[in-house]
Every structure is written in C-alpha cells, then in structure tokens.
Design a protein around this ligand. Structure first.
Ligand SMILES: O=C(O)[C@H](O)COP(=O)(O)O
Length: 211
C-alpha cells in the first residue's frame, strides 16, 4: 500500500516581506502569503486529493497556510496536529535582523553559510542538522507511520524544517541541500513505497523563484 505525503511551505509572512530573519518568531501571513496558500490549495484541489490528517507547526504562518488549504479543498474540520518539532529552524541572534543588513555586517558568504549550510548554526540558533535532529524523529514516529498505512498526509511547515525532511526523502547530500530553496505555498506531493522510499514526486507550481 502506498501513501501520500504533501509538503507545503507557508505563504509569504510579514517578516518575509520585510526581509527579516524569522525563525521561531511568529508573524502572520501577508495578503500575498494568503494568496500563495490559496493558489497551492487550488492546485491540490485539482488533483482531487482528500487528506486523512494534517500536521503543522506551532507558528501561526504555517497554521494559517494549513487552514487555507483545508478550507479550499472542503476539509475545514480535518484533524490537525500542531507540534513545534516542525517549527522553522531557530535563527538565534539573527531573528529580527534584516537579511541585507546581515550581509553588509558579516559578508555575503558567511550569511549564505548560516542560511544554507548543513551543520553551521547561526549564532545562538540551529543549523539544518540541529533542525533535522527534531524534525526527523517526529517524522518517523508521528508522520511516516500514517503514510505507510496508506493515508494521505498534509504537512504545512517552514523552509528549513521542510528542507530537513526533503534531504532524507530525496537522499540529498550536504552539498546538494545547500542549493535547495522552497517556494512559498507550492505543494510537493510525494508517493511513498511501503519501505518508505519515494515512488513518485510532483511539484504543483513554480519553484524557480525560490531563494
Ligand atoms: O526564518 C526565516 O527567516 C525564513 O522563514 C527562512 O529563512 P531562510 O530562507 O533565510 O532560511
């Protein structure tokens, strides 16, 4: 039996718009972010998918993205589990700073390393590896068993908690994950084999503008 796992990064947040490092801070979606979530929802609706359960983080931008999707596909009351295990990576001392100002202060390369490397944490925050250390166990204990039972599972979360998940799903190396950026509101639909490997992957939208 194969199940379906849909991953979606929340739509643009107020702090994405202001170009601020966000992490565990809790800004809401912008109008554009709500529109992105709705566009992703419409793409999912076209597939005719009906979910068995949804997972989201403790942060409002992911929760509202999740609800916009569920409302659009006619599943407003679907069981939805909220857990900080799939929160955005903790950006530590960078949270609240402007990304361009940070580049001016520490240099383009250092900021890129903090944002995209596998195991270099930003000051006081989590690396992707640290983020994975909480995302992966949660995936194995709470999310994957549902998919392997043949269920259809929605995960509405964050750029870096989802990069950690995609790294293991797509068997990406530490070097490959450096280049992966997820567009906001674009659903990624995985069909998993019974041994939890990926049978099929479809991206319902345009990832090319992601940065
Ligand atoms: O937390 C943030 O600032 C963003 O959601 C993700 O930021 P990044 O693309 O710089 O990792």
């Amino acid at each position: 039996m194969s199940g379906t796992l849909v991953l979606v990064r929340h739509g643009q947040s107020e702090w994405n718009l202001k170009n601020l490092f966000t992490g565990w801070k809790d800004p809401d979606l912008t109008d554009q972010g709500r529109a992105e979530a709705l566009a992703g929802a419409k793409a999912l609706a076209e597939t005719g998918i009906k979910f068995d359960i949804a997972f989201t983080s403790n942060l409002i931008r992911a929760q509202n993205t999740c609800q916009i999707i569920l409302d659009e596909i006619g599943q407003s009351d679907l069981e939805t589990v909220k857990d900080e295990a799939i929160n955005e990576r903790d950006y530590g001392d960078l949270a609240g700073l402007n990304k361009d100002d940070a580049r001016k202060k520490w240099g383009e390369e250092q900021v890129h390393i903090w944002r995209r490397s596998y195991d270099v944490p930003p000051p006081g925050g989590e690396s992707l590896k640290d983020t994975g250390a909480r995302v992966w166990p949660y995936y194995l204990t709470d999310i994957l068993p549902r998919v392997l039972r043949g269920e259809k599972v929605l995960v509405a979360a964050h750029g870096n908690s989802l990069r950690a998940l995609i790294m293991i799903l797509d068997r990406m190396s530490k070097e490959e994950i450096l280049k992966l950026n997820l567009a906001t509101g674009v659903p990624i639909v995985y069909t998993l084999n019974p041994d939890s490997t990926v049978a099929d992957k479809a991206v319902l939208g345009d990832m090319s503008s992601a940065h």
